[in-house]
Design a protein around this ligand. Structure first.
Ligand code: DX5
Ligand code: ZN
Length: 205
């Protein structure tokens, strides 16, 4: 009913080489790029905004799918700038401006709070760490949220983000996640191609 897609989180890459890191991940078999936007308010960290996305779009061409994870206090402020910059999916806002929409929940938020929106969104993102930083420990106790969503919404795209890698992918796959964000485990690996292939196989089998 659903398709496995692997999206490296470029937060874990050398940001001075962002463009070539994205190209490297795509060449290694990534299905999409997960772009973490942080504003220093919603989370205690700061990354980049639509000007960076625009540069990436110009440099990478029309094909790569940009999955925007908006960890910002006023997501509505950036819907149009992100769309204009070439984003393809906007997590945490209602559908607008030709982008798909994802809705994210922090670890402390119950899945029942997201459920009323599930029929109106393209993707649900179940955070498996407190948002803000790459390289944190996977929270396995989020998996019941994923299983519950998969049971209720068989064809919904369900994404997991935070601490996902070869050691934790099986729990995500079992629970029914199909969009797999992986930062440090993919980008920090000496062999990202194998890690991406392994993640895909785990979700596909
Ligand atoms: C954290 C970000 C993640 C992060 C994941 O708030 O949303 O996308 O980059 O990195 P890892 O896979 O290292 O936990
Ligand atoms: Zn993210």
């Amino acid at each position: 009913a659903y398709t496995a897609k692997i999206g490296p989180s470029i937060l874990s890459s050398d940001l001075a080489r962002l463009g070539s890191e994205c190209v490297r991940m795509l060449e290694c078999g990534a299905d999409y790029l997960h772009l973490d936007v942080m504003d220093g308010h919603f989370v205690p960290n700061l990354t980049f905004g639509h000007p960076m996305v625009e540069c990436l779009r110009k440099s990478l061409g029309p094909d790569p799918f940009f999955d925007m994870h908006m960890m910002v206090s006023r997501p509505e402020q950036w819907v149009k700038p992100m769309s204009a910059a070439g984003a393809n999916q906007y997590t945490f806002h209602l559908e607008e401006a030709g982008m798909k929409v994802g809705l994210a929940i922090k670890p402390g938020t119950t899945v029942e709070e997201l459920a009323p929106w599930a029929n109106q969104i393209d993707m649900a993102l179940v955070m498996t760490v407190e948002p803000g930083f790459g390289g944190q420990k996977f929270m396995v106790d989020m998996m019941p949220k994923v299983s519950w969503l998969r049971g209720q919404f068989p064809s919904l795209d369900i994404e997991v983000d935070g601490g996902v890698g070869p050691d934790t992918i099986h729990r995500c796959a079992e629970a029914g996640a199909n969009m797999i964000v992986s930062g440090s485990a993919v980008i920090g690996s000496a062999d990202p191609r194998s890690v991406i292939a392994l993640l895909r196989t785990a979700v596909s089998e």
